[in-house]
Design a protein around this ligand. Structure first.
Ligand code: ADP
Ligand code: MG
Length: 245
């Protein structure tokens, strides 16, 4: 596939003290592409995600979004965080705000929409994630799967160029995993550019354009799901798959 790059990491390195957590990372995510990142715990998957919307700084290398280097601070940084939405394992909703307010808040603050306009967009998106009737409730009144779908609606409300998901279903009870993956599959089908850290291999197989396997801070494999799951090249990946499949 001819790739129109949206996210590009070149020779990215980062340490935490003596730990070389990201080592010479080169990764391109094309517009509309879904890249699933897998790998053992501690391999640097979350750190990699967090560098892309600059929740983490890097020591060397470059990261570009839509051809432009990531900004360091100020308004540009706030705009970047809106352009590259992030969905975490812990949903991070505001407990004292309604579902509707959770989805509307940043639209007003960051995107400078009028409240009415923001609420209209929020209702539309809540409908899209199957939560049209939950708008007046508070997060604690919702199940984990519903809360995570609110978090996805909130990220979508910013009209992001890309969405990053860091283990979005890891904190959920098993019966709620599918309702969240289903929303993510729909986003992928609608052409959203997505980077997804997950242990859900079914999702990787069915929704990913590419699977990136990380170990010890490096990208060890970067291939189509079919290639990766049928014939992993590295011993590390074979060993990892043998433990989780
Ligand atoms: P993964 O998401 O693949 O489990 P992480 O990116 O969270 O891996 O972490 C990679 C490594 O970096 C781990 O060894 C972790 O302990 C370490 N690490 C992560 N965040 C920090 C931090 N803020 N300070 C020091 N070490 C960290
Ligand atoms: Mg992690």
């Amino acid at each position: 596939m001819a790739v129109d790059p949206l996210i590009e990491l070149r020779d990215v390195n980062k340490h935490y003290g003596a730990l070389h957590v990201l080592q010479d990372i080169n990764l391109t995510v094309g517009r509309g592409e879904v890249v699933v990142i897998i790998g053992p715990s501690g391999s640097g998957k979350s750190t990699l995600c967090r560098t892309i919307n600059r929740l983490e700084t890097i020591e060397s290398g470059t990261i570009r979004l839509d051809g432009k280097p990531l900004p360091d601070e100020g308004k540009e940084l706030a705009a970047l965080r809106a352009d590259v939405g992030m969905v975490f394992q812990s949903f991070n909703l505001f407990a004292h705000k309604t579902v509707l307010a959770n989805v509307s808040l940043a639209q007003v603050k960051v995107r400078k929409r009028k409240k009415d306009e923001a609420d209209k967009r929020s209702r539309e998106l809540l409908g899209r994630v199957g939560l049209a009737d939950q708008a007046p409730k508070y997060p604690a009144q919702l199940s984990g799967g519903q809360q995570q779908r609110v978090a996805i609606a909130r990220a979508l409300a910013m009209n992001p160029k890309a969405l990053l998901f860091d283990e979005p279903t890891s904190a959920l009870d098993p019966e709620m995993i599918n309702e969240v993956l289903e929303v993510m599959r729909q986003l992928a089908a609608d052409g959203m550019t997505m980077v997804v850290v997950t242990h859900e291999m079914g999702f990787a197989r069915s929704a990913a354009n590419r699977v990136v396997f990380m170990a010890d801070g490096r990208i060890v494999e970067d291939r189509t799901p079919e290639e990766f799951f049928t014939a992993p090249e590295s011993e590390r990946a074979r060993d990892f798959l043998s433990k989780i499949l």
